[in-house]
Design a protein around this ligand. Structure first.
Ligand code: URA
Length: 484
């Protein structure tokens, strides 16, 4: 029996999608349609709450693919773009994707045809969705609210809840949940949007219904921090209004506390720029050429918002001519209070393993990639937050300056942030460890895990990771002896 015999001639199918962003649902149906040879113009794809009623007479039962039907062809590029494009708000997207999938069966290289209108449309949708996600990552601003439940969790410190309002153009909310979960894992937060909401309680993610702007709070003390930060980084000499509007379109301004400053800053920019030229401060700063100068400069650094929190910069410590530089992520709570790197629990564990490997901590220069402690306040506690890639990249200026002065032969970067601080890109620790990476100044970079990571493990997993950590340190020790 051929596939055609399975489909009643003239049947018009209606597929009601359960969710506007459900790629798997679309894919499963689309495959069955292809296997039953149902042409694109015989299917109406209806979004939830959409125009399904218009097709009241359409067939809603799916055709069943014949036994032994040919597998559906879809190359990687198509699937990759389709997964993203399905999040677009264009109601025609499902039909477009099906038309492409249908055509791919007879023309497997179709995705390479950049002039094909369907391929071009797919690429446009993908790009627009990516741009929307990028805006969401950059412009979501949480505002602190007191939770109605003041009793708190086990630690009695609940009650703090951050809420953000955002208006995405497309159905990107669910697809970006992981990003915000990872970035703000220690906070309790909600993101409210007209398309739905997300709620993270520190452990689980829940989805909620669409919200309205007035459901979100309008202003809190965090906003002052953002405004101060934004005013401090605003560089009139680099002001390009066109580029700024492109990056930060006006429609997002109303939800961003710092945006209220923009008209004022733009108006004052020219005056400030002339003043800077006169004072000679327009250029980038010179690299400090002593460790003491770096120490002084990092205390004044406000190049990223971490420096505006209630903390102090923590300078590296150790001999200026150390052969080994040990690099961590950022000072923790205890390091911030003491003003010295690695003096808390991670530092103790590090010292224990250095001893085991026969490496003298005092002979090494010990420092951090990011100079300030990034945290969120939870009651009386300050909870560590991972620095973001932008923050690490901004702070690289200081670690590079330290490297230029100390000129270590060997650098041990512990953890992903330290590795990024050295390389300017993200690498996988498990892949990078054990093999030195030659750096442009002739030194060698060795990457290992961070002691705080070990502290979060227990049982056999902890033993295994400590064993790997010991092996990395032993290799570093051996290499140091070779280079001595
Ligand atoms: N973790 C780090 O990365 N650095 C410190 O100084 C302390 C903990």
């Amino acid at each position: 029996m051929t596939a055609l015999q399975h489909v009643k001639l003239g049947t018009y199918y209606v597929v009601q999608l359960p969710d506007a962003d459900d790629f798997d649902f679309w894919r499963e149906r689309a495959r069955a349609f292809v296997q039953c040879d149902v042409p694109p113009d015989r299917i109406a794809w209806a979004e939830p709450g959409g125009s399904g009623d218009l097709f009241a007479h359409g067939e809603r039962r799916m055709p069943v693919p014949p036994k032994g039907a040919r597998p559906v062809r879809a190359n990687r590029r198509f699937v990759q773009l389709a997964r993203n494009a399905i999040l677009h708000s264009d109601p025609e997207r499902f039909a477009l994707l099906y038309r492409l999938l249908w055509r791919l069966q007879g023309k497997p290289r179709m995705m390479e045809d950049k002039a094909d209108p369907d391929v071009r449309k797919l690429e446009e949708l993908d790009k627009s969705v990516r741009r929307d996600s990028h805006k969401m990552h950059a412009f979501v601003r949480f505002r602190l609210v007191e939770s109605p439940d003041r009793s708190g969790g086990e630690d009695g410190e609940g009650g703090e809840h951050y809420v953000a309002w955002f208006e995405p153009e497309h159905h990107i909310l669910r697809a970006n949940a992981g990003f915000f979960m990872r970035r703000f894992s220690n906070m309790r937060w909600s993101i409210l949007t007209p398309r739905g909401s997300l709620h993270w309680d520190g452990e689980t993610m829940a989805e909620g219904p669409p919200a309205e702007r007035h459901d979100a709070p309008q202003g809190d003390p965090m906003e002052d921090l953002w405004r101060t930060y934004y005013a401090s980084i605003f560089n009139p000499a680099r002001l390009k209004i066109g580029a700024m509007l492109k990056e930060m379109p006006k429609k997002y301004w109303k939800n961003m506390p710092e945006a209220t400053l923009i008209p004022e800053l733009v108006a004052g920019a020219q005056k400030r720029e002339s003043a800077m030229v006169e004072k000679g401060t327009l250029e980038f700063e010179e690299r400090p050429d002593t460790l003491a100068a770096i120490d002084k400069a990092i205390h004044a650094c406000r190049k990223c918002p971490i420096g505006s929190l209630d903390n102090q910069a923590v300078m590296g410590e150790g001999p200026q001519d150390a052969a080994l530089m040990i690099v961590g992520e950022q000072p923790g709570d205890q390091e911030d209070l003491a003003g010295r790197p690695f003096v808390g629990p991670a530092g103790k564990l590090l010292e224990h393993h250095l001893d085991r490997a026969g490496i003298d901590r005092k002979a090494a220069y010990v420092t951090n990639t990011v100079k300030h402690f990034k945290y969120v306040q939870r009651g009386k506690r300050r909870l560590h937050q991972n620095p973001g890639a932008k923050e690490i990249d901004t702070c690289r200026w200081w670690i590079e300056s330290e490297r230029a002065i100390v000129q270590p032969k060997l650098i041990l970067a512990m953890g992903a942030s330290a590795a990024r601080g050295m390389l300017g890109k993200t690498v996988s620790i498990s892949k990078a460890r054990g093999t030195p990476i030659p750096l442009e100044d002739g030194s060698e970079l060795w990457i290992t895990s961070h002691p705080s990571y070990l502290l979060r493990l227990d049982g056999p997993a902890r033993e295994e990771q400590e064993r790997l950590f010991d092996a990395d340190l032993a290799a570093v020790k051996e290499r140091l002896e070779e280079l001595a």
